[in-house]
Design a binder for this molecule. Structure first.
Ligand code: MN
Length: 312
């Protein structure tokens, strides 16, 4: 039996989606998962509901690790980033005895075997993360303020493979804190910007199938299988009815399939907003997607211009 250590991070509000994410991981692997939950205030009732996944799955153990977020009280907050977002920085100190671990955001679902990701060879790098050249627009606001190198490869921080031994040996936690202090006023995307600064083109790049973002569906990549789907848009699948026909959003039932396996399902249904509000949300996603695509076109135009200048 193979054991896979997986860190997740959640506050009380995200507890239902944490459970959905866990169910999806467990349903797609034969390995035994050791979940470590970076606990930003999950109440006992919700902890019980999470533990009740044991009624369906017998291939996991879980431990809640309380995180004192005061360490991060000076760290910058932007939209969607709370102080507990930074708790992933502490993982190597929390479980130094583990050699290699996975960190995964709660706004994801696994559609493939997590063991494949865990088995990826980091080739002596301290970090494995997912790089997609097509996502360049995500980082345009990061390169300058964070003084990234010209060879930088921006990664999304939602799925990480961490070599604990190397993080400790290289004193990486302290260095992340140093970066935060140095760039405090200029950090555009919280933890992700700080990680991208430290690991600037110095990490093992992993395939996009391990962190497939909502935008990626519009590129029509020839991808044989998605292993982890990441709901990065502001509007999340749990805000929308399973039966909503939304061209701007890829198959919602992939999320609801796993939601039904959890004790949170009936509450999630109860918490859905009325249909007219959902329609407004769908408009927002369409707009977000459109803006993203326009952004990408602008970037390719800029690239072409630059190349033309060089030729002259
Ligand atoms: Mn996320």
């Amino acid at each position: 039996m193979n054991y896979i250590p997986i860190f997740l991070s959640s506050d009380n509000i995200y507890a239902p989606y944490l459970a959905v994410c866990m169910a999806s991981i467990l349903d797609n692997t034969k390995a035994f998962c050791n979940f470590y939950i970076l606990d930003g205030g999950i109440d006992n009732k919700n902890k019980e509901k999470i533990k009740n996944l044991k009624k369906i799955f017998n291939n996991f153990e879980l431990e809640f690790i309380e995180i004192n977020v005061e360490k991060f009280s000076d760290f910058p907050l932007t939209e969607g980033i709370t102080h507990s977002t930074y708790s992933r920085f502490l993982i190597p100190n929390l479980k130094p005895e583990l050699k290699k671990v996975i960190y995964i955001d709660c706004d994801t679902i696994a559609l493939g075997d997590i063991e494949e990701l865990y088995k990826e060879d980091l080739e002596n790098y301290a970090l494995g993360a997912i790089f997609n050249d097509k996502r360049r627009s995500f980082n345009l606001d990061t390169k300058e303020p964070m003084e990234l190198s010209n060879n930088y490869k921006y990664f999304n921080a939602g799925v990480l493979v961490i070599d604990i031994e190397k993080w400790i040996k290289d004193n990486i936690i302290e260095k992340l804190f140093e970066i935060e202090r140095k760039y405090r006023k200029k950090i555009p995307h919280g933890d992700e910007s700080i990680l991208n600064k430290y690991f600037d083109n110095n990490y093992k790049t992993l395939d996009i199938k391990y962190n497939y973002l909502e935008w990626d569906y519009s590129f029509n990549d020839k991808i044989e299988k998605i292993y982890i789907r990441h709901f990065i848009t502001k509007i999340k699948p749990w805000m929308l009815n399973e039966n909503n026909k939304i061209s701007a959003y890829h198959n919602l039932s992939e999320f609801w399939h796993y939601a039904k396996m959890t004790d949170f399902y009936s509450d999630m249904i109860k918490n859905l907003k009325p249909d007219n509000i959902q329609q407004e949300m769908i408009k927002k996603i369409r707009l977000e997607k459109l803006l993203h695509q326009m952004n990408l076109k602008e970037i390719s135009k800029l690239k072409m211009l630059k190349e033309n200048v060089k030729k002259r």
